[in-house]
Design a protein around this ligand. Sequence first.
Ligand code: ACO
Length: 376
Amino acid sequence: MRTFSKGLEGVIAAETKLSFIDGEKGVLEYIGIPIGDLASHSTFEETVYFLWNGRLPTRGELNEFTTTLRSRYDIPGGVESLLKTIPTTAEPMHAVRTLVSALGLHDPKPNAIDIPGIRDRALSILAQTPTLLAYFHRHRQGKPLVRPDRSMGLSENFLYMLNGTKPTAAMVKALDVCLVLHTDHGLNNSTFTTRVIISTESDIYSAITGAIGSLRGPLHGGANEGVMKMLNAIPSVAACEAFIQDKLAKKDKIPGFGHRIYKAYDPRATHLKVLAKQLAADTGNMELYEKSTAIEAVMNREKAAKGIYPNVDFYSATTYHCIGLPLDLFTPMFVIGRVGGWSAHAIEQLSNNRLFRPDVDYTGPHGVAYTPIEKR
Ligand code: ACO
């Protein structure tokens, strides 16, 4: 049977036990647990363990998992040397895509795709992606690298390596909640990319490198940077209405709004809105938060009837800004979190693999006469 759906809308391309989305009701669950419960009670490390193993860990299992993860924070020396050759003007998303790919060059068995092999490599990529990003950020600023501290969890250690100072508990918690909320989300574009690549029985480095390329796009994970640029471009809360109306009149899309699956409020945005408000109040960024709610109010009036609501990227922009992250590290935060989900999907795909190979509808001509080059 051949069916066509532009952008594969409505097409079921895989089975998963990882995350469930009800786009009409605004529900997201990881293996049955509502996302809000995980954001409130779990850590990023525990959430990844949960997705990779299909159940929450005992205290002992979590300790073992985090200890192994922390033991892998350091990146290979060859990757560090390569990192130092990257132009300081490069975007972090381009840098991290190249560096994750380079991790595979220093793995004696990069092609191991048996399930233990994939899990082992995914654990290293999960542990080292924050190091790659923090090191690149220090390198481009001309600052000395700050080595990982294995006494710290992934979020705390990342902020420590980035800034060279121990972050506050509130900042660590905020980043950790963001990572939990970004870990998995059905067959989004970058997760689909992961599954497509691994379905050829290629390797996990190729799959995650491809996924990072997919995530970078402004229609996907790149939207959080678009949101921040928009917030920066609007001079005041009072100017939000005219700014948005002007963009809508030009048929521009407003970054951080709309979703292929959600036609209700994205439950991740619900959680991030609360977090953004608290952080904005704590860090003197209330105007940024108020601009966001003013934009939401206009969009609510103009577009909610069409099912266009804030998505995960809208309030994550304010949240990341309040954590003190520079704008071009917003989408890389999505990478750190989503490595957990991409890896879970690679494991799931390989557990019951079939090559992805859809068809196309050919719309070109037939029977065209070949014209020799001298007669063209
Ligand atoms: N602002 C204004 N109008 C919008 C928006 C928006 N953000 N999003 C969708 N619409 C409108 C479109 O103009 C279109 O209107 P029309 O029917 O009158 O032509 C209609 O809603 C359907 O939009 P599509 O782009 O066809 O929907 P699609 O499912 O293909 O795209 C997408 C979803 C890409 C997320 C879209 O909503 C968008 O571009 N949003 C802005 C970028 C963004 O925030 N991306 C992050 C998504 S979440 C994530 O990936 C992490």
